[in-house]
Design a protein around this ligand. Structure first.
Ligand code: UTP
Length: 288
């Protein structure tokens, strides 16, 4: 069955970014000059997913407004003849068909996916975490969609991380050592000495709708939250779950240090900002 729908959970509390996230979802924090979530929606659309459902929580207005028209701003820019800025404002409006659903209580990523059940219906769908960016030069989602179409079941994105960091992620036990592996078990944030591998789950999934019935039966796990990883572990006994091992560029904008690195890195690569930023960094760094 062709995959058309993408679910983007963006209802987390974002406590690592307080106080910035008191009134603004962390997914709206700018990466240079573009909110992180816009890159995520662009990625979904580039992978052929035209129906985007955003799972929102508190302060959802900023998210909705970003993907809506802003008449007065557009009219002002148009009157000034500032077509460059007008194009920037309109870009996010014309991306795709964006829908919204409220999570209510942020009871975990698994719960956020479950509230998408009615919108998704009985077809496979993609999940893209709203604070996890994949560089468009290293397309991952399209490959995951292809694997799902070929193998059926569900597909999870994996990335090899340093051994001492695996306890920060969901971890996969796999068979195979290529780019596409069979997943035998998944465990959420295991202590490093109990981790079955250094393959971490990153924020991209292509899931079969069976996951919804499993999530309904999944009790709260680690941190009292309904964990998507726990539901996928149950799913493994019911249908194939594959992993696509990603070796490209990924930016975790939900973590403060990684967020800062992302902004510096992507700004450095831009034609308008890169040369002056790098020149300043070269001058400033030796003084530190
Ligand atoms: P995180 O665990 O990174 O989000 O969830 P968080 O809880 O907001 O972050 P901190 O630790 O407090 O800073 C990963 C993704 O899942 C979404 C988040 O918005 C983020 O995009 N999420 C998480 C939900 O939509 N609902 C939830 O209940 C939990």
């Amino acid at each position: 069955m062709v995959i058309r729908k993408a679910v983007i959970p963006a209802a987390g509390l974002g406590t690592r970014f307080l106080p910035a996230t008191k009134a603004v979802p962390k997914e709206m924090l700018p990466v240079v000059d573009t909110p992180a979530i816009q890159f995520v929606v662009e990625e979904a659309v580039a992978a052929g997913l035209t129906d985007v459902l955003m799972v929102t929580g508190r302060s959802k207005r900023a998210l909705e407004d970003h993907f809506d028209r802003v008449w007065e701003l557009e009219a002002t820019l148009e009157a000034k003849g500032d077509t460059d800025k007008l194009r920037k404002v309109q870009e996010s409006t014309h991306l795709g068909d964006v829908h919204y659903v409220r999570q209510g209580d942020p009871k975990g990523l698994g719960h956020a996916v479950l509230v998408a059940a009615e919108h998704v219906g009985n077809e496979p769908f993609a999940v893209l975490l709203g604070d996890d960016l994949i560089d468009p030069r290293d397309p991952l989602l399209r490959q995951m969609v292809e694997v799902q179409q070929r193998e059926g079941g569900s597909v999870v994105a994996l990335m090899e991380v340093p051994h001492d960091q695996i306890s920060l992620y969901g971890c996969a036990a796999v068979t195979g050592d290529g780019d596409v592996v069979k997943i035998n078990a998944l465990v959420e944030k295991p202590p490093a000495d109990e981790a079955p591998s250094d393959l971490a789950i990153i924020g991209r999934y292509v899931l079969s709708p069976t996951v919804f019935s499993v999530l309904r039966e999944t009790p709260p796990g680690r941190g009292g939250e309904i964990q998507l990883t726990d539901a996928l572990q149950t799913l493994i006994a019911m249908e194939p779950v594959h992993g696509v091992v990603f070796r490209g560029r990924r930016y975790d904008t939900g973590d403060r240090l990684d967020y800062l690195k992302t902004v510096v890195r992507l700004a450095s690569e831009r034609e308008d900002l890169g040369p002056p930023l790098l020149a300043w960094l070269r001058e400033w760094l030796p003084q530190q």
